[in-house]
Design a protein around this ligand. Sequence first.
Ligand code: ADP
Ligand code: MG
Length: 310
Amino acid sequence: MSRIIAVCNQKGGVGKTTTALNLAAYLASFGKTTLLIDIDPQGNSTSGIGVDKHAITNSIYNVLIDRKPIGDAIVQTAVQNLWLAPSNVDLTGFEIEAINNPAKEYMLKSAIEGIRDAYEFIIIDSPPSLGLLTINALTAIESVLIPIQCEYYALEGLSQLLNVITLVRQRLNNELRIEGVLLTMADYRTRLTTEVINEVKRYFDSDEGSLMVGGRNKVYRTVISRSVRLSEAPGFGKPIFIYDKNSIGAKQYFELAKEVLGEAAAGPADISNNNRIKDLQALAQQGVIDTDIRIETETKKIEDENILPL
Ligand SMILES: Nc1ncnc2c1ncn2[C@@H]1O[C@H](COP(=O)(O)OP(=O)(O)O)[C@@H](O)[C@H]1O
Ligand SMILES: [Mg+2]
């Protein structure tokens, strides 16, 4: 039995692709046969894993619209145990071209029916919209992983996304549940990050949030920091553990993959002072913060703030 997870958030730039790609790559590195399906016309997962978007013979578009078997589109990646169903700009036409299909919400589900048991994990990277492509993802999967960027208005649009998930669960896929909520691009040098983490925690612990997702404690303990190495890696077509396995981003996506596998202790998002200090030290190693003196001041500031762990 495979586990099928889609990474969804209708906001762009929140870390969907980075998460889908690196989670899939880590699961593969743990020996799990994994398929990454790119259903974003931007094809960022495709190029980010090192496959040339312009040299694809069959993409997920040909699978969905031309009904090509998905096996004709799947390619092996440079990462052992990781396969990719690629996407490119052709997929832009999907919403219009699928409109008259009476089963238009089930096209991805039908496409993967025959191969789902061939993989232990199928990870889907979704486009930044709540349109028909995302509905196809939500209909085909068991659970959705929601990345939330630590920024102003982090929760804006979240209730819309949760409403769509609830509707899909009622009408199209009653198995659908929330895999977890992942905080991304945390920058512990700013007070904002801590505020957003607390706000997201509060929201999912509140009656409103927990009702929407069908349970509490859905926020991953692992929080992904803002890291230059993570943003550089896709330009080299490599997941972070190949591009720079000692970077903080690599360590954090490794922890996330363990949480998804259920091998890491579940618990509240970790923003304890210790963690923030470790994070600063890692940033210094990467050259993001220049000197030890800066760390000392930042560390002192953190201690002075005396923020209690969640
Ligand atoms: N933790 C991070 N630290 C720094 N940059 C990041 C991080 N996560 C993602 N990015 C960068 O931010 C941009 C948007 O991320 P991406 O994963 O493509 O988001 P989405 O798929 O939601 O649009 C990309 O350029 C990506 O490389
Ligand atoms: Mg993306």
